[in-house]
Design a protein around this ligand. Structure first.
Ligand code: PMP
Length: 449
């Protein structure tokens, strides 16, 4: 590794960071993380903290899983790469596809298409949804419905269904025919509706109205996260996804559950949709599929969608694909990660530690007026929304969020900034004492606001 001064000086000279301003990175260099162990990361100054972000909602197994690391190096020694484009395959990808299928059989998933990450998985899902309708003789079904505050990655398809204007404006015009419904977000919503079940009904009514306005025969799919992650851990009312499932069924619209964060145990169950008793038509996966150790994603389809492709003529060919789709090393990471995820029964720990984190955050809300809302309660996804005035729900400025973040970091916990929210998604292996340490560091951070 280059020496500390070299790294600090050069970090932002040649490297443009995702989701940040290049000038800001030069003026205020980012923290350089040099090593990690268990749930802890160490920066270039030797400061150690608990990673309450889990990398980026992804390091479900923590940083020290030897089984996954060995599986990756063994595969590198055997076969570091081969294409899985039509005509060739590799043994590890075949094994991985069976494991992923088994993981989500209860959600009705039948086939998986491997990608290099979540944005890829979303784009593939949107493309396959259009093709599905075309194969069934409904080529006019090209539009997509999604939720405001939803996040679906940064490819043009995903950005088009994204519901956060910050991720859209610089890149417009995006894909035409993408319609956004209000978010199931009781704390702030256009109806001023604080009862989550009533809000779910209101949004379902808006969806019905919008479908009538657009024409059901123009809509291919509705995509949502079962729990909205990057938008601020927005937990819909338990009725919401079921209402949307019913609407999709009545209008021949496919339901895509974007499980990039919520898949593989983070919510306390193997999928987010399972909490709501919903079987989607498609699922998008990434992150926990390899615990972040290798870039892999997946798009899954149920039998109904699979049959439309498999029973079709040449038009059923899938003209989507990535050089690294079904990458053997990625597939080895998938197999080992899923074995470990099951062996350690991570969903059970995620549920217990998630409740502990959520309840601790509610206590912090009692103590600190700056906490306007606490969201979570389903596994290890929790957010604090910070306000300068609780009654008026005035969002704090980004500088305040930065101050809290830095003070929490110095006190021993890395949390994620998503102003005005602080987001937490630690490894699913985290212990009770480590959650207490995160809460204590947050307490210190909030006191510095
Ligand atoms: N969908 C969701 C729900 C996500 O949270 C993310 C990433 N945070 C993506 C898609 C995009 O995934 P990636 O960053 O791997 O492209």
């Amino acid at each position: 590794m280059k020496d500390e001064n070299f790294l600090k000086e050069n970090n932002a000279r040649h490297l443009w960071h995702p989701m940040g301003h290049p000038g800001e990175a030069q003026a205020n260099p980012p923290k350089v993380i040099t090593s990690a162990e268990g749930v802890r990361i160490t920066d270039i100054d030797g400061h150690q903290t608990i990673d309450a972000v889990g990398g980026l909602w992804c390091v479900n197994l923590g940083y020290s899983n030897a089984t996954v690391k060995d599986a990756i190096t063994d595969q590198l020694a055997r076969l570091p790469y081969y294409s899985a484009f039509a005509g060739t395959s590799n043994p590890t990808a075949i094994e991985a596809s069976q494991m992923v299928r088994e993981f989500f059989a209860e959600d009705g998933m039948a086939r998986v298409f491997f990608t290099s990450g979540g944005s890829d998985s979303v784009d593939v899902a949107l493309r396959l949804a259009r093709q599905y309708h075309r194969l069934r003789g409904e080529p006019t079904r090209t539009k997509f419905l999604s939720l405001k505050k939803g996040y679906h990655g940064t490819h043009f398809g995903g950005a088009s269904v994204n519901g956060n204007p910050r991720f859209r404006h610089a890149y417009e015009p995006l894909l035409p025919g993408c319609v956004h419904l209000p978010a199931p977000y009781p704390y702030r919503n256009p109806f001023d509706e604080t009862d989550p079940a009533a809000l779910a009904q209101r949004i379902a009514a808006v969806a019905e109205d919008e479908i009538a306005f657009q024409g059901a025969d123009t809509i291919a799919a509705f995509i949502m996260e079962p729990i909205l992650g990057a938008g601020g851990v927005i937990v819909p009312d338990p009725s919401f996804m079921r209402l949307m499932r019913d609407i999709c069924d009545r209008h021949g619209i496919l339901l895509i559950s974007d499980e990039v964060i919520t898949g593989f145990g983070r919510t306390g169950d193997w999928s987010g949709a399972r909490h709501w008793g919903v079987q989607p038509d498609m699922m998008t996966l990434a992150k926990g599929i390899t615990s972040g150790y290798f870039p892999v994603g997946g798009t899954m389809v149920n039998d109904k969608v699979a049959e439309a492709f498999e029973g079709a003529d040449a038009d059923g060919s899938i003209f989507s694909g990535y050089t690294y789709s079904a990458h053997p090393v990625g597939a080895a990471a998938v197999v080992a990660t899923l074995e470990e995820t099951l062996r350690q029964d991570l969903r059970t720990n995620a549920a217990a530690r998630g409740t502990q984190l959520y309840e601790g955050c509610l206590r912090l809300k009692d103590k600190h007026d700056i906490v306007g809302d606490v969201r979570g309660g389903h596994g290890l996804m929790t957010a604090l929304e910070l306000v300068s005035d609780r009654d008026a729900k005035t969002a704090v400025d980004a500088e305040t969020v930065k101050r809290v973040h830095q003070a929490a970091y110095e006190a021993g916990a890395m949390v994620r900034m998503g102003p005005p929210n602080l987001l937490m998604s630690p490894p699913l292996t985290i212990s009770e004492a480590e959650i207490d340490a995160v809460l204590s560091a947050l307490d210190t951070g909030l006191s510095a606001a």
